[in-house]
Ligand binder design. Structure first.
Ligand code: DMJ
Length: 467
């Protein structure tokens, strides 16, 4: 089913209830969510490396040909810098990594780095967003006109979320190292340096949104979910991919504060950055479900197991993981659920680290619930309300990019995989970037202090020792 292009192509997303493509401007606006849609066949690009991982080599090759032939990146359209970076730039780079790997094994001999050229074109279109005195990117950019085009909204915006500004380094560093052009990595490093400087110095926490000109925190609540999540993820993974100790030190400093103030095992509850003992809210958003997976990478398995187990109980109660109020018996706070993959992601990483078959059981529950409650004739539909089981005509591209990938990986035997996944780092959108990039030259980057790469299997050994 995965590579059928019967209903939506070349639209950005499939509308699984009406079996049509979602074309921005032709459907009623959904506000910010639509900023992921740039009329660039988003889902196809986001799914490229999933196809390769699932051994769908013929379909992957066909999909690459389509992307190269059909996709335009110069549309007069305003897109989210964050979403375009993680889904489209990441998708092109993950696809490029897979195509190179296949070419080395004698397949796709026609491939001449076309996806990488497209990635560079897209990277150049995102760069105008970084033209601020702080180096933090504007949240949106017009693919054709940058931030100063006919669409004035982009260049007058003042705020962005911490994750939006801090989730650039993996894709931009990979782009720099694949192409030999250091500009991209330098911009991403500058944004990360600025965020680090602006951390609240007593709590060592960051807020949820920041003024991109003054560097003032606009929202001073702090958690590990929406608005901040992948900033922490990218500090850790930037260390893994680039081997630069400073990213690990920053991650560890933040992590100690998270465990001191935000973590109340098994819960993770937001606090104020200036008064970190003061709760900022009582409900938990579903994006924080990625955090146990990040804790596995850190090697802190016990709290990962505890939080994951709590999330599993919530999933069993509501069939999915909506936003819930833990202080009120995990009652639903916000009932919508766009089939987010974070819980499956953490389940995979915990299984990888512990090899405990319990996590396969968890994976089966996720799979059964998807098939039972979300599967519709043309795909998988987002839940409008997990309490009633009603659907939305929506299937976000991350469903194929992440959910499929992590569930496949969870159940795959080594022989099922076309390559060793431990040679790659997973971006926040689960795109695969080769760890060999850590030694690729980038003349602007500071010298590597420590080029050690941590594999999940090393973590498992470590875990076995601490449990
Ligand atoms: C994905 O696009 C990425 O994982 C991102 O970091 C936030 N979450 C969505 C899916 O929920």
């Amino acid at each position: 089913m995965i590579q059928k292009v019967d209903h939506a192509y070349p639209a950005d997303e499939l509308m699984p209830l009406t079996c049509r493509g979602r074309v921005r401007g032709l459907e009623p606006s959904r506000g910010d969510i639509d900023d992921a849609l740039g009329k660039f066949s988003l889902t196809l690009i986001d799914t490229l490396d999933t196809l390769a991982l699932l051994n769908k080599t013929v379909e992957f090759e066909e999909a690459v040909r389509r992307v190269v032939a059909d996709v335009r990146l110069d549309n007069d359209i305003v897109v989210s810098v964050f979403e375009t970076n993680i889904r489209v730039l990441g998708g092109l780079l993950g696809g490029h990594s897979m195509a190179v790997m296949l070419k080395e094994s004698g397949r796709m001999v026609w491939y001449q780095d076309e996806l990488l050229h497209m990635a560079k074109d897209l990277g150049l279109r995102l760069l105008p967003a970084f033209n601020t005195s702080s180096g933090l990117p504007y949240p949106r950019v017009n693919l054709r006109y940058g931030v100063r085009g006919p669409e004035t909204r982009t260049g007058t915006e003042t705020d962005t979320c911490t994750a939006c500004a801090g989730t650039i380094i993996l894709e931009f560093a990979a782009l720099s190292r694949f192409t030999g052009d250091p500009t991209f990595e330098a911009h991403a490093r500058r944004a990360l340096d600025f965020l680090w400087e602006k951390r609240q110095r007593n709590s060592n926490l960051v807020g949820t949104t920041i003024n991109i000109h003054s560097g003032e925190w606009v929202r001073r609540d702090s958690g590990v979910g929406a608005g901040i999540d992948s900033y922490y993820e990218y500090l850790m993974k930037a260390y893994i991919l680039l081997g630069d100790d400073r990213f690990l030190q920053r991650f560890n400093t933040h992590y100690a504060s998270i465990m001191k103030y935000i973590s109340q095992p098994p819960l993770l509850l937001d606090v104020h950055i200036h008064k970190p003992l003061l709760p900022a809210r009582t409900w938990m958003d579903s994006l924080l479900a990625f955090f146990p997976g990040l804790q596995v990478l850190k090697g802190d398995i016990r709290p990962a197991i505890e939080t994951h187990e709590m999330l599993y109980q919530v999933t069993k109660k509501h069939n999915f993981l909506p936003e819930v109020d833990p202080l009120f018996y995990f009652r639903v706070h916000w009932a919508q659920h766009p089939l987010r993959p974070e819980f499956a992601e953490s389940t995979y990483f915990l299984y990888k680290a512990t090899r405990d078959p319990y996590y396969l059981e968890v994976g089966r529950t996720i799979l059964e619930n998807l098939n039972r409650f979300a599967r519709v004739p043309c795909g998988f539909a987002a839940m409008k309300d997990v309490r009633t089981g009603s659907h939305e005509d929506r299937m976000d591209s991350f469903f194929l990019a992440e959910m499929f990938k992590y569930l496949f990986l969870l159940f795959a035997e080594e022989d099922d995989l076309p390559f060793n996944v431990e040679d790659y780092v997973f971006t926040t959108e689960a795109h695969l970037l080769p760890l060999s990039l850590s030694t690729a030259s980038n003349s602007q980057a500071p010298p590597l202090v420590n080029n050690m790469v941590l594999h999940i299997s090393d973590m498992a050994v470590f875990t076995a020792c601490v449990l």
